[in-house]
Ligand binder design. Structure first.
Ligand SMILES: Nc1nc2c(ncn2[C@@H]2O[C@H](COP(=O)(O)OP(=O)(O)OP(=O)(O)O)[C@@H](O)[C@H]2O)c(=O)[nH]1
Ligand SMILES: C=C(OP(=O)(O)O)C(=O)O
Length: 214
């Protein structure tokens, strides 16, 4: 049973600059000229909507300078702050973590279209076990969720971040949460997420099956 109300911080670069490994889009998934930006936005929207639907989450704060991303996540019920100090992902997450004003903060990847609210609820409950915890991505080398309760977040996201988070004292969490692990960096990852079932924004764009709820 989750006892903490977590503040979730989600980073989002400007849409045209984000997810460069998804360009060009895989065969069969191409679309209009703005297809890449729309896909990145759909991944973000499904991630944020799933997080907002978790009862363990008190609020979601998105760190972004992208007007379309800010408008969409605001519509979903998240808050936004500008992408400061403009020194990359980890400083942006530290800025977001401070801006929440919360003492239980979780940084969540923005590219988890198959995330289900129950998965995040379970991972946040498991994160009660230690001051800092993380969930490795499906490959085991990256990180999709980093939590800190009563201590600094100290994010070290980027290639190979799982090892850095573990070396920094964060406890790795494992559980039955395939959608939480399935971040989307490449066309193959996107197919993997579609196989799990994705949220409504990504499904509407790509025609994939919608993830099961419950
Ligand atoms: N706010 C903010 N978000 C960032 C920044 N850098 C990366 N991100 C976000 O962090 C998440 C993970 O980053 P990466 O996996 O490196 O993603 P990416 O740079 O979009 O993808 P590639 O171009 O394929 O490497 C993505 O959702 C990015 O939008 C940054 O400087 N500021
Ligand atoms: C940002 C990360 O990597 P990716 O490029 O896989 O999203 C990470 O796993 O810390």
């Amino acid at each position: 049973m989750a006892v903490r109300a977590w503040s979730v911080v989600v980073p989002a670069k400007r849409l045209p600059l984000a997810k460069s490994r998804l360009t060009p889009l895989p065969e069969g998934l191409e679309g209009p000229p703005d297809a890449h930006d729309r896909l990145v936005l759909a991944l973000l929207a499904d991630t944020v909507a799933a997080a907002l639907a978790s009862p363990a989450v008190a609020g979601v704060l998105v760190v972004t300078d992208d007007p379309a991303a800010a408008a969409e996540v605001t519509r979903l019920g998240a808050r936004t702050v500008p992408d400061e100090p403009d020194r990359g992902l980890n400083p942006a997450l530290e800025h977001g973590a401070r801006a929440t004003g919360g003492t239980a903060v979780a940084a969540l990847s923005s590219d988890l279209p198959a995330l289900r609210p129950e998965e995040l609820t379970a991972a946040l409950a498991a994160a009660e076990a230690a001051p800092r915890c993380f969930v490795p991505d499906a490959q085991g080398t990256g990180t999709t969720l980093l939590t800190a309760a009563g201590t600094g977040l100290s994010p070290a996201f980027g290639a190979g971040s799982a090892r850095r988070h573990a070396a920094g004292g964060a406890v790795p969490l494992t559980g039955d949460w395939p959608g939480l692990e399935r971040d989307v960096d490449t066309p193959g990852d996107l197919r993997g997420a579609l196989a799990l079932g994705v949220g409504p924004h990504t499904a509407a764009l790509l025609g994939g099956a919608t993830r099961a709820s419950g």
